[in-house]
Design a protein around this ligand. Sequence first.
Ligand SMILES: [Ca+2]
Length: 465
Amino acid sequence: MPDNWAAIAGKEDEPEASLDTPLMRDNSARYVLENLANMPIRIVQGLNDSNFPNQYQNLTVMWWRRESTTPGDKWWLVEAPPPYSPATAEFANGGDVHALLTSWSAVGPYYSEYNTSPYGGHGFMEPYGVTADFFQAHARNRQPDRVAYKSYDDPVCSSYWMTLRRYPGAGEEAALARAEVDRSAGMVGAHVRNVEELTLDLFWAGLSLQPGKTLSVRLDTNTDPSAIPVVDRLGRTDLVLVHAWASVPGMKVRLDGALLTPGVGYTLEGSRLRVPGITLAQARTLTLELPSQVQTNLLTNPGFEAVNPDGSVPGWSKVVLSGGSARMEDHAKMSHGGTRSLRVKDPAPAGAPYTCSWRSDQATGIQGGANYALTGFYRTRLFRKAAVRVTVYWYDASGTQVGASSLDLEAPSGYSTHDWVPFHLQARAPSGAARAAVGLETVGGPGTAGGGSVWFDDVALFRLP
Ligand SMILES: [Ca+2]
């Protein structure tokens, strides 16, 4: 503890603290300022604050001390002895954080404001309305152009459309990744150090699969700027790209111009295209040449961006089977693409196994015996005691159901909370099928009320060649 406190207070790391260093760094703003990308920061500082002095004034370091007394031991919070106290906060104070973020704003999505008061002490010093106005003016953009994330010990972490898996052999070095998208050029630049696997959700990043276009990802190890230098101990990464790849059959994948063989140079797992072991001694470029024809999405309003004046969603309706209820809404505060998604909240039974769902209108032109793919994205928050499922319902020309194909995305669990992940269901239409509808569903057992929320977005149903 003394070693860690000394480090947090601004001293050099002690060798004895090495085992705890990654954890301490992961929890200290001093080391992970990169993670404030796309996060507006407002720093207010009373200059008369003796608890947390500004800038380079001395601070008093306190720690717990055990004293034997009769009849038992007692712990007291006391001032630490020299050299731990007094100490000087040399880095993670408001003025320096602001200066660093401001210097990064030229090359990254960083923004902060720094306000001091010569009269304020250890307490909030400005009218709440001023703070509210600041955040009102910086509403979150759910599809940012540039993302960044750094971690010293989380195995997997993510920022918006980028997910990184940290290289365990990095030891005390951080995993750091940055990415930026140029939508008009169809290009992502990605920069990694100590990242074993980098996943980019290209759909979420705003890149669409347009016929005849080329998408590209440029990879290198230039992760600047950094609060603390990061040494790359890996020299390579696995790249995973997320999109509705099944809708672009015949796509050509090249690495630095060399054509990659499907199943060898890269693999397709549903909505995930994986290129393993890309060495990064120099910059690499992966290109995806899309075919001149892409498979048509058979669903209307598949991103749920259109809403009727009465609040209903064109092309979609609320369906509750076998009793039960749920709060189902189109949701303007959450989205994978665009600004809206569909949500199922707190599904509850009425005695029998139940399904609370959004159901698409019946798409026509389905051919029995042909193969189809259903793709899309879902996220959860504190979702529990019900399953998440997607289903394609098959109908004949008269509208009679002739089959159903389901994929369970999640079994009922304690609490499920995660950001957008893709789903991919492949199914053969039964003979006689002429229409199909898609169900975005929560499924619960008898007498068991579910809780929490599931959101769905960017759903596509298309025929496979
Ligand atoms: Ca949407």
